[in-house]
Design a protein around this ligand. Structure first.
Ligand SMILES: [Zn+2]
Ligand SMILES: [Zn+2]
Length: 351
């Protein structure tokens, strides 16, 4: 048993940093010392909606250093740097066999204990065996921490079914997930032009500096930019990282006939959609959801990170110790931060 700090939910948005008992690794498990953990939109959603039960430790985008290995673990040694996602599908059920791995019942089980916002994290056997990646020296913590969110985005990009060459993708929202879409599309499908739609000038500038063909505020300017970039055709795929009925309508307007809208964000609880059904039927459009990333996407993103084709590190704007958790949440809420990474707590209490 080790004693280490974790950011623990108290109900609603309240959290506290408190010591947590983490057992020694059992068969097939890894015990990690935290190096960095990313703050994700889903963490924000769970805090804001009060979906996190008291006692929960959120956080799931982690890079750690192996502190101890359980019996039977192969391929890892103390001191190795490791990135590991918290969700891994079973690979065998009816949904997994149909390619809907992220809908697998087993997938939603959290394989990180107590959670990512903790100085010490136990990695469960299925994640250790199938998903944990030992990091080569040239892959930094700041890049590797994008393994999990990168896999989610890559699944979204796959669902967009962009052409191999010459396609136009629109990304609605220039926050960290929107810009990660931009970087991953540019890495995986370099022949694709990307337009980023966001009302904030700074974010539009950043998008262009990160490889967007153009950036525009929502509305007529976005419509005009799509027309220009596609010779009037419309976008092959629109990725909505904003969420809700309004952005969905806008996405449909920007998509070409026969094109795809991929939903990559929470809408309000029970918020209904509102768009002309004939926009789908008569013009063969598709609206698809993308939830999380499966093993294939996790591995593919790791390859992009390892080869250097994907460098998400410009998205990291803040690094704070876990002691300053609430400060990071506030920075994201006020849109003063893109990606916030937390580092181990200052008052590390270990024995
Ligand atoms: Zn996430
Ligand atoms: Zn399954």
């Amino acid at each position: 048993m080790t004693h280490a700090n974790a950011v623990t939910c108290l109900g609603g948005e309240q959290t506290t940093l408190q010591p947590f008992d983490t057992p020694a690794p059992g068969p097939g498990e890894l015990l990690l010392d935290l190096r960095v953990v990313g703050f994700c939109g889903t963490d924000m959603f769970k805090l804001v909606t009060g979906a996190a039960a008291p006692g929960t430790v959120l956080g799931h985008e982690i890079v750690g250093e192996v502190a101890a290995i359980g019996p039977g673990v192969e391929g890892f040694a103390p001191g190795d740097r490791v990135a590991v996602p918290h969700h891994v599908p079973c690979g065998e059920c009816a949904l997994c066999r149909r390619g809907a791995e992220t809908m697998c019942d087993t997938f939603r089980e959290n394989l990180l204990f107590p959670g990512g916002f903790a100085d010490r994290i136990l990695v469960r056997p299925r994640a250790t065996a199938q998903a944990a990646q030992k990091l080569p020296d040239h892959v930094s913590d700041e890049a590797a921490v994008f393994l999990e969110p990168g896999a989610c985005v890559l699944r979204s990009v796959h669902k967009g079914e962009l052409p191999r060459e010459g396609g136009l993708a629109v990304v609605q929202g220039g926050g960290s997930m929107g810009l990660l879409h931009l970087l991953i599309i540019r890495a995986a499908l370099p022949g694709t032009k990307v337009l980023v739609v966001d009302p904030v000038a700074e974010r539009m500038e950043l998008a262009v500096s990160l490889g967007a063909a153009a950036a525009a505020p929502p509305g007529e300017a976005a419509q005009a930019a799509v027309g220009e970039l596609s010779e009037g055709l419309g976008a092959d795929a629109v990725f909505d990282t904003v969420g809700g009925a309004g952005p969905l309508r806008a996405a449909l307007t920007l998509s070409r006939q026969g094109g795809t809208v991929v939903l990559f964000a929470h809408a309000g609880p029970d918020e209904p959609a509102d768009f002309p059904i004939n926009d789908l039927f008569k013009f063969e459009r598709r609206i698809v959801g993308a939830y999380s990333g499966a093993l294939g996407e996790q591995r593919e993103v790791f390859d992009l990170l390892r080869s250097g084709a994907l460098d998400p590190t410009p998205l990291v704007t803040h690094r704070l110790p876990l002691d300053r958790f609430a400060e990071g949440v506030e920075l994201v809420r006020q849109r003063k931060a893109l990606k916030v990474l937390y580092t181990p707590s200052n008052g590390k209490d270990r024995d």
